[in-house]
Design a binder for this molecule. Structure first.
Ligand code: NAD
Ligand code: UDP
Ligand code: UDP
Length: 331
């Protein structure tokens, strides 16, 4: 065997090979960065439905980073040690644009990635969501709560797709002994959110910076709990390295009404935008707050960045983006 080839093989075995689906999206790009910093070889797979090249621009030329355009609804044959399955549009306007494709991405994507994990023996991580709790009747939401989800509404393609993906993960675990890790992510924000994805934090910041009306849906008394992206990605890393299959809630328990969020964004940007009320979309959850006792106890994880601090960083990112400056701003 030629010496160079042998050396290459050895190097390849030293580096952990990690597949990140949805790696060119908001959360995926931050995860790819962390994995590269930890010394992994990262294979980023994305069909660019909502993700883009700019999100991974700083990684593109890195020798341990590879980017493949691929739709997870189709089989994928690669050799990896770990899989993070993040591929799925996440904002309501994106996942409702082609709802059938959203369900396919969650369900067929999970089947293909689980099949890949089964063949390679890779540990596999699923980005699930607080939406599995639907419009929750238990507050805050612990992992044991089964949820209150409308199976036939406009949000169902996302909620039920993610619930079915969780079912598949735990059946592959029981039936085939796969090493699974399932995280339930609560609303996360930060640099590289899509400026036009309609999610509340990005929308309010962009509206405030542009002096447009701040669009509060309903009376603004519905609540959400907002987690800064660096805290979330730290939670991913801790869960993947742990012996917990999950599901584990990762989110910031600080709970705010949407009106409070709007007022905070106005105060931090010094904007003169007005608050206006628009109709509440159907099935919009009235309250959401994670119970993070399991993450604290089993992963030794807790969020560090509080809303003000995270919003200041996110506002700085969008300010640069909107003024035509560089897009890649560190979290
Ligand atoms: P995002 O839209 O920025 O990223 C999703 C990525 O998946 C994009 O790059 C998109 O192009 C890609 N993708 C979509 N369909 C695909 C397919 N069929 N094949 C390959 N790639 C595909 O959203 P995000 O906020 O980064 O979310 C990432 C994951 O985290 C999603 O699975 C989402 O459901 C989950 N999540 C996010 C949040 C949040 O607050 N950001 C909350 C709960 C769950
Ligand atoms: N699969 C894949 N990559 C692999 C192995 C499997 O994409 O390396 C896909 C394959 O197309 C299959 C799915 O994963 O449809 C589920 O695989 P599994 O082995 O569980 O089921 P089966 O092949 O028996 O349908
Ligand atoms: N929302 C709002 N104005 C907007 C966008 C969203 O009032 O311009 C509200 C939305 O109705 C919901 C909350 O903010 O109650 C969070 O919405 P988002 O789409 O960010 O996340 P999700 O509803 O999926 O938690």
């Amino acid at each position: 065997m030629p010496e160079r080839w042998e050396r290459r093989q050895k190097t390849m075995h030293l580096e952990k090979r990690v597949l990140v689906t949805g790696g060119a999206g908001f959360l995926g790009s931050h995860l790819c960065e962390l994995l590269i910093a930890q010394g992994a070889h990262v294979l980023c797979v994305d069909n660019f439905y909502t993700g883009n090249h700019a999100n991974v621009a700083t990684l593109r030329d890195h020798p341990r980073f590879e980017l493949i355009r691929h739709d997870v609804c189709f089989p994928l044959y690669v050799e990896v040690d770990e899989i993070y399955n993040l591929a799925c549009p996440a904002s309501p306007i994106h996942y409702q644009r082609d709802p059938v494709q959203t369900t396919k991405t969650s369900v067929m994507g999970a089947i293909n990635m689980l099949g890949l994990a089964k063949r390679t023996g890779a540990r596999i991580f699923q980005a699930s969501t607080s939406e599995v709790y639907g419009d929750p009747l238990v507050h805050p939401q612990p992992e044991e709560y089964w949820g209150n989800v409308n199976p036939i509404g406009v949000r169902s393609c996302y909620d039920e797709g993610k619930r079915c993906a969780e079912t598949l993960f735990f059946d592959y675990r029981r039936q085939h002994g796969l090493e699974v890790r399932v995280v339930r992510i609560f609303n996360t924000y930060g640099p590289r959110m899509h400026p036009n994805d309609g999610r509340v934090v990005s929308s309010f910041i962009v509206q405030a910076l542009q002096g447009h009306d701040i669009t509060i849906f309903g009376d603004g008394q519905q609540t959400r709990s907002f987690c800064y992206v660096s805290d979330l990605i730290d939670g991913f890393s801790k869960l993947m390295a742990s012996d917990q299959a999950g599901p584990v809630n990762i989110g910031n328990p600080g709970e705010f009404t949407i009106r409070e969020l709007a007022e905070t964004v106005i105060a931090l940007t010094g904007s003169r935008s007005r608050l206006v009320n628009l109709p509440l979309p159907s099935d919009d959850p009235k309250q959401r707050r994670p119970d993070i006792a399991i993450a604290r106890e089993k992963l030794n994880w807790a969020p560090l960045v509080q809303l003000h601090e995270g919003l200041i960083k996110t506002i700085a990112y969008f300010d640069t983006l909107l003024s035509g400056g560089r897009i890649a701003v560190a979290a």
